[in-house]
Design a binder for this molecule. Structure first.
Ligand SMILES: Cc1ncc(COP(=O)(O)O)c(C=O)c1O
Length: 371
């Protein structure tokens, strides 16, 4: 029977997530509190207290189906985005990952091409594979997306172009000017998806405005998530912002209750908790500066990051990942991204960052990091 599964499904690469804390606790016989996870770019401060309170209240209503249309949350997101946006521009996803899947359902056909930067978020390629589309990976010298090269990679078969900005796993950012030049030349048959999962970590002056392209009615989807700065990764809630026409198409591809009510309540309250967001941004900036300074002091090459993680070259990435696991610290090996010499470290609390650096320094002393 299994052999009769869809050919694209049989060939699908399996996504490798960060190792869960529970799993490492079982492996090492430790308590979960003894483990530090800096592997999935989560918020080390946890969810906003306001989100927690709202979710507790909604928990009592778990016997009701959620508002599948996400009326309140979509309205609040539109309001936050400002003039030119309404509920009709917003599509909720079970994580922003699901928005990628909606785009696949709506647009990918076998033989279509999906253009991505060489080192960008793995799920674009997985979704292209799932629907039988071909992924065109464009070199990204210096680990920054090369928009001219991505433009040059567009053919009549190109259906969608993904740009994660800031990008995961590199942390690099493409600025406004480059994006504007690029958008002036993108042909109308290509849907451009700006994945802004880490947008809220940017300083306001550095943050490019791509929502203007949605306002202008261009073929653009902007994806954002509550998993990162909002600290709600477990809840699985994210969204896409696009034209009402495109949003209506994406809405047709989703399950009736794809975003659960507890997640919607948490997201709604979290969205309004500016204080928690600003505090997260601040500890991220401080922690990132600390990590980058320490990497430099240790003579380790790293990619300066605009997000809440840093890509750092450690020689044998998998060996360092395994050695750190044994110390109770979960990092992310980058072999599946074609970067076997690198690991990605999420910014934690200062205590977590200190412990991570301490253990990396111990590995260096043992000769397990490049001299
Ligand atoms: C660039 C990027 N996009 C999207 C996601 C998916 O986030 P979620 O599905 O949790 O919203 C991630 C998660 O790591 C990411 O790094």
């Amino acid at each position: 029977m299994w052999k009769s599964a869809h050919e694209h499904v049989l060939k699908l690469t399996v996504y490798e997530p960060g190792k869960p804390v529970e799993e490492l606790a079982r492996d090492l016989g430790l308590r979960e509190e003894q483990i530090i996870k800096l592997a999935s770019n989560e918020n080390p401060l946890g969810p906003s207290p306001k989100a927690l309170e709202a979710m507790r209240t909604t928990l009592e209503r778990s016997h009701f189906y959620p508002d599948g249309g996400g009326y309140e949350l979509r309205g609040a997101i539109a309001e936050r985005l400002g003039i030119g946006f309404a509920r009709e521009n917003i599509v909720l996803g079970n994580g922003s990952n699901e928005i990628i899947e909606f785009i696949g359902h709506a647009f990918f056909r076998p033989g279509d091409e999906v253009v991505v930067a060489r080192h960008s978020f793995a799920v674009y390629k997985l979704m292209a594979q799932l629907f039988g589309a071909d992924t065109v990976e464009v070199p990204d010298p210096g680990f920054t997306a090369d928009l001219d090269a991505m433009l040059a990679a567009i053919t009549p078969r190109t259906r969608v172009l993904f740009l994660a900005n800031p990008n995961n796993p590199t942390g690099t950012l493409v600025g406004q000017e480059a994006i504007d030049r690029f958008m002036a030349k993108v042909p109308p048959h290509v849907l451009v998806v700006f994945d802004e999962a880490y947008y809220e970590f940017l300083d306001e002056e550095a943050a490019p405005d791509v929502l203007k392209y949605v306002r202008e009615g261009r073929n653009v989807v902007v994806m954002r998530t509550f998993s990162k700065i909002m600290g709600l990764a477990n809840l699985r809630i994210g969204y896409g912002v696009t034209t009402p026409e495109l949003a209506a198409v994406l809405q047709r591809t989703r399950q009736p209750f794809n975003a659960n009510g507890i997640a919607q309540a948490g997201a709604l309250a979290g969205l309004l908790d500016t204080e928690h967001m600003l505090r997260t941004r601040q500890i991220t900036h401080e922690g990132r500066e600390y990590l980058e300074k320490e990497f430099a002091a240790m003579g380790l090459e790293y990619v300066p990051s605009a997000a809440n993680f840093v890509l750092v070259k450690v020689g044998d990435g998998n060996a360092v990942f395994q050695a750190m696991l044994r110390k109770g610290i979960i990092l992310r090996a980058m072999g599946s991204y074609g970067l076997p010499e690198w690991i990605r470290i999420s910014v934690g609390t200062m205590d977590q960052n200190h412990r991570c650096i301490e253990e990396l320094r111990a590995l260096a002393t043992e000769g397990k990091l490049p001299a």
